[in-house]
Design a protein around this ligand. Structure first.
Ligand code: HEM
Length: 496
């Protein structure tokens, strides 16, 4: 009789078999990871730039917070080129500070989508203009563009002036001749200005210890902390951190606040009947906040839900307050370092406005020297130094093919300090912005508010607000700065 011998697999055999399957699966996953990204490796090989370490890329350059990010982005273009590659972890970026490239990219319909880092703003800003995907952005931007018209912004001038005067009163009462940091005061002033213009509510953070302003500030700060902390990039790991928890708590409080404001507005509109479009009082446009206007326009042209209204209003508040506060503070700092320039600005203010008169929009258009001073200050200290975009189709520039889903970082800081376009870039010289000088430069060599169809919607608002603030402050005070040279000033960086 033949006995059939059945060999049962030992536990070692099955372990080896399992190990082989896991190894095979791992190879497939890694292979697919590299295969999906092969186009970025090809592109990376064609561009100069730091190669970084495997898996980490150049992320170690960013340890040390926002100052480290600033140093890295100032250094890369000098070391490599004004178009260079950058790996942050496994993520690939093309970093650009070249006007010719920027003109093409910022105007391309294939580069309107925001870069992946804007995802971090989503818990708070949802699909507001700053981070919205293009199909939503197009609809909302079209609806919102008319609300930033000259006429509407002119109706905000009394608020700009009133808040600037409150700031001056506070500075007068606190001024003991000692030096202090103007930014926190400026920031409160801008929060109050933007809350009133965006939502039509007075939060008065300047004079009271209002919690709303603090929460708004904290929310923005948390976003920048996340941006400067690569270990917070992964959503899954981040969701276990205290930072995530407190971010969500603040977010919920701010959301509830906005929801109450919006529902009260809707209620009062229903009670008062529809708003009269562009209604005027004594020949001047009646004040209507952005929120009033959005509700009105969305009723006429296709609705924005309450959630969308909240996102847009908070986007305006976030994008508008910190940038304008930083910009105006930098202008005062530089004017404090250059007394002869400050004297000329003062002289112009006296010529155009005299000692006490309120500032009108017409006056602002006459402040030509101040305009050049502001532009030059913000060239050197660009308040929105980096932005990021992502391609949705192939873009070819100078024979270099950038495939869909390429993330760009636009390095405005270097664009504005690039010695190719700005001789002696750290020299402060407002005359660089004389019309004849501007005409000599590439139009995309100065992009304070970015360029193309997705540039800053609030640029006019910001200019009017900054000029009003400076007009009120500089007629009251002579400012001085402790810094002696621009090189001394260390910058921190954020992403707009
Ligand atoms: C000096 C002050 C300001 C600077 C330097 C600045 C700069 C910028 C920059 C660089 C962008 C990015 C554009 C891009 O991705 O290409 C932007 C977008 C934006 N800014 Fe400003 N901004 C300022 C003030 C304001 C103000 C006062 C408001 C609102 C009242 C505002 C609202 C926005 C919005 C909503 C966006 C998104 C636009 C879109 O994607 O359609 N900004 N800003």
């Amino acid at each position: 009789m033949i006995e059939q011998q059945v060999q049962t697999p030992t536990s070692d055999d099955s372990r080896l078999f399992l190990l082989k399957i896991v190894a095979c699966l791992l190879c497939i996953v890694i292979g697919k990871f590299y295969w999906d990204r092969r186009k970025f490796y090809l592109l990376s090989a064609k561009l100069p730039g730091p190669s970084g370490y495997p898996f980490l890329g150049s992320s170690l350059d960013f340890f040390g917070g926002t100052e480290a990010i600033f140093k890295a982005f100032s250094g890369y273009p000098k070391m490599y080129s004004d178009v260079h590659k950058l790996w942050i972890g496994p993520k690939f970026f093309v970093v650009i500070s070249n006007p010719e490239w920027l003109e093409i990219i910022l105007n391309s319909s294939k580069a309107l989508e925001k870069g992946d880092v804007y995802e971090f703003t989503k818990p708070f800003l949802g699909n507001g203009l700053l981070s919205a995907p293009v199909h939503i952005w197009k609809k909302h931007r079209k609806l919102m563009n008319p609300t930033f018209s000259q006429k509407i912004l002119e109706s905000y001038m009394p608020i700009f002036s009133e808040q600037a005067k409150i700031l001056v009163d506070i500075l007068c009462s606190e001024n003991d001749g000692k030096s202090f940091d103007i930014f926190p005061r400026m920031s409160s002033c801008l929060v109050d200005t933007i809350c009133e213009t965006a939502m039509g509510i007075k939060v008065d953070t300047q004079r009271t210890n209002n919690n709303f302003g603090k929460l708004l500030d904290r929310m923005m700060e948390m976003y920048f902390i996340r941006l400067a902390t690569p270990i917070y990039y992964n959503e899954y790991f981040y969701s276990f951190t205290e930072h995530w928890k407190s971010g969500h708590e603040i977010c919920d409080t701010l959301k509830n606040f906005a929801e109450t404001v919006i529902s009260n507005k809707r209620l009062s509109f229903e009670q008062d009947g529809k708003l009269k479009k562009g209604a005027s009082v004594n020949g001047k446009r009646k004040f209507e906040s952005f929120l009033d206007l959005f509700i009105q326009l969305s009723d006429e042209k296709g609705s924005l839900s309450d959630e969308e209204l909240k996102d847009e209003v908070y986007t305006i508040m976030t994008a508008g307050s910190d940038t304008t506060a930083t910009s105006t503070s930098f202008c005062l700092l530089i004017l404090g370092m250059y007394p002869e320039v400050q004297a000329k600005v003062y002289e112009e203010l006296m010529d155009v406005l005299g000692e006490d008169s309120d500032v009108t929009w017409k006056d602002l258009t006459c402040l030509k020297y101040m305009d050049r001073v502001i532009k030059e200050c913000l060239r050197i200290f660009t308040p929105a130094p980096l932005i990021s975009r992502r391609t949705t189709g192939e873009i070819n520039i100078e024979g270099i093919n950038m495939p869909p889903n390429t993330n760009f970082i636009v390095n405005y800081l270097h664009l504005h300090r690039n010695p190719k376009y700005w001789k002696d870039p750290l020299k402060f010289d407002p005359d660089r912005f004389l019309p004849e000088e501007v005409a000599k430069r590439h139009p995309y060599s100065y992009l304070l508010f970015s360029g193309g169809p997705r540039s800053c919607i609030g640029s006019k608002f910001a200019e009017m607000n900054m000029k009003t603030l400076l007009s009120v402050i500089l007629r009251k005070f002579e400012v001085k700065a402790e810094y002696k040279s621009i090189e001394e000033i260390e910058l921190k960086i954020n992403l707009s």
